[in-house]
Ligand binder design. Structure first.
Ligand code: AMP
Length: 329
């Protein structure tokens, strides 16, 4: 039997190249070998109180991005979290055995307390229990997680063990981190600071559905230095970042050409950026086209969501039935 893998993403709108190379590209490969559940975590997003229009718009955009990137609803279970309300029941059960102290010690919660003291709600505090419910709902074996999510996965294991101990059962598996090994890449942003990400500012990220002109503008504004002054000198971080971006969207010949120009001090960053922008545009073109086609066909997206919901609900209901019975309902 295939092992189960689960991954969720908040409905943040369009996905960027970091999401693609760091997650989606691997998910597309995994669909054949694992029983995959991919969902859009719209319940989770309520901690920041999106307007109904934003919630709907961003959820649909993520769904369109997922499909455009190659997730195939025939191979995987692709669903919207709120279409599977069974998760809220499991969340309630897990919350009965989630302790205030341990929830308050979660790093991401402490960060939120510091960054947004005006909105510390119970949903934020119990974010890890909802995440554990997402995972345990399908008894997932593996969850692909970044470093910042390892603590949440550890808590999912804690709640699985706690439930098993309390009800003298082995029902819940302890989910493990899925390791992409060599396929794990970190895509840098355009502002010279480490990571491409939406929270780092939209001008730092290139989105799969982004218009060509906007890509050109962002890339031409990318941070550089004043250029190499001696042959073969080591590249500073901002330049390494540009070369790394080049390496994911351009041909090896192009990368070699600019590397040589850097090493013999003839490089003109304007040329490198122009090439990078054009190669990013060419790379994202098929995504951009598919995303806009998918968003234009409301019925098709609704059908994908409805079929995904049906599959996810069937799996979820099995878990809920077993859990209710173990609890004594
Ligand atoms: P986020 O929406 O930022 O939580 O990202 C969702 C997932 O995309 C993360 O768990 C990572 O696997 C991946 N990801 C996001 N940004 C990057 C990046 N700059 N480089 C590589 N992977 C990334």
């Amino acid at each position: 039997m295939k092992k189960t893998v689960l991954s969720g993403i908040r409905p943040t709108g369009d996905l960027h190249l970091g999401n693609y190379f760091g997650a989606l590209k691997n998910f597309v490969r995994m669909q054949d070998d694992y029983d995959c559940y991919f969902f859009i975590a719209d319940y989770h997003s309520l901690t920041t109180h999106p307007t109904p229009d934003h919630l709907r718009f961003n959820t649909r955009r993520v769904l369109a991005n997922y499909l455009a990137a190659g997730l195939d609803p025939k191979k995987c279970t692709l669903y919207i979290q709120s279409d599977v309300p069974q998760v809220t029941e499991l969340y309630l059960f897990l919350n009965m055995n989630a302790y205030l102290g341990e929830l308050e010690r979660v790093t991401s919660f402490k960060d939120k307390v510091r960054l947004q003291p005006q909105n510390i709600n119970a949903g934020l505090l119990t974010y890890p229990t909802l995440m554990a419910a997402d995972i345990l709902l399908h008894n997932a074996d593996f969850v692909p997680v970044g470093k910042d999510q390892e603590q949440h996965l550890e808590m999912a294991r804690t709640y699985a063990k706690r439930f098993n101990t309390l009800y003298k059962t082995t029902f819940f598996k302890e989910p493990q981190a899925f390791n992409f090994g060599e396929n794990l890449v970190k895509i840098p942003g355009l502002d010279g600071n480490g990571k491409m990400g939406k929270s780092e500012g939209v001008s730092n990220a290139i989105f799969l559905g982004e218009a060509s002109d906007s890509i050109r503008k962002k890339v031409m504004r990318a941070v550089t230095d004043s250029g190499p002054t001696s042959p073969n000198q080591e590249q500073p971080e901002v330049i390494k970042n540009l070369f790394q971006l080049l390496s994911v969207v351009s041909t090896p010949d192009t990368v070699a050409h600019f590397n040589e120009a850097y090493n013999n001090c003839t490089i003109r960053y304007g040329d490198l950026k122009k090439q990078l922008a054009e190669d990013m545009i060419a790379f994202t073109e098929p995504f951009r086209q598919r995303i806009s086609d998918l968003l234009a066909d409301e019925h098709a997206l609704d059908t994908v969501a409805a079929e995904g919901a049906e599959k996810a609900r069937a799996s979820a209901q099995k878990t809920i039935d077993a859990v209710r019975s173990l609890i004594g309902f």
